[in-house]
Design a protein around this ligand. Sequence first.
Ligand SMILES: [Fe+2]
Ligand SMILES: [Fe+2]
Length: 251
Amino acid sequence: MSADTPEATGTDDSFPQAGRRRLILPTPVATNGSGNPDVEAEMLKQLKPGTVFMMGDNPALPRMPSRPRLLDFFKCRITEVTYRHLLTSAKRALDAGQDEKIVLACLLHDISNGCLIRTDHGYWGAQMIAPYVEEEIAWAVQNHQALRYFADESVGYQYPESYVRFFGDDYVPPEYIRVAAESAKRHVWYMSARLVTIYDTYFFDAADTVDPEIFQDIIGRHFREPKEGLGFDGSSVAHMWRTVIWPNNAL
Ligand SMILES: [Fe+2]
Ligand SMILES: [Fe+2]
């Protein structure tokens, strides 16, 4: 076994594929151009009796309920840094007395880069939640991505100092982001997305500890949890939630 090829072992036979070596094929968007070796061909050669490509629950991850709800994803799948970041952003909006829709938008604004994909995270996140929330909430999540690059002195929003560290002092957002921000500024829901950028915290090491349960009532009022569970309701985005549940499936 090469040190470069990820796998999950374990003999707990309450998990699928028990007793076999489970190879985890890295997802192309996570490896292309990263300098990590392309292990696809090598891993195909490793297939033999007793070795499989992972499909289904990964014993290395917390097992999710069969009908998962929104907060189950927070507790079981969202990365530690983003978990604290989202809860802190939502708590700041809550403490400021913002409308519950804004609080929920803050709670969900980075859900994509917390558990699914980083690139274009606002767009992915908006799609993930669109069937379950008011259109304005998904719109705010999508458009916070572009607006956070552009100051609005009239509401006290400045370009995040941390972005200078993150991306370099000469970083210029691409044209589609500039166009999206211009369009969002003229939109009737502009302030909803702008508020997300205002309650966003840009220093990820300074997040507080917030109990996600304090948002359960707001979620109950503004997020239509499907009775079949997220990922299993047959919606146009169910596959996104299933991908989060089973991030290591080979196909
Ligand atoms: Fe974001
Ligand atoms: Fe954020």
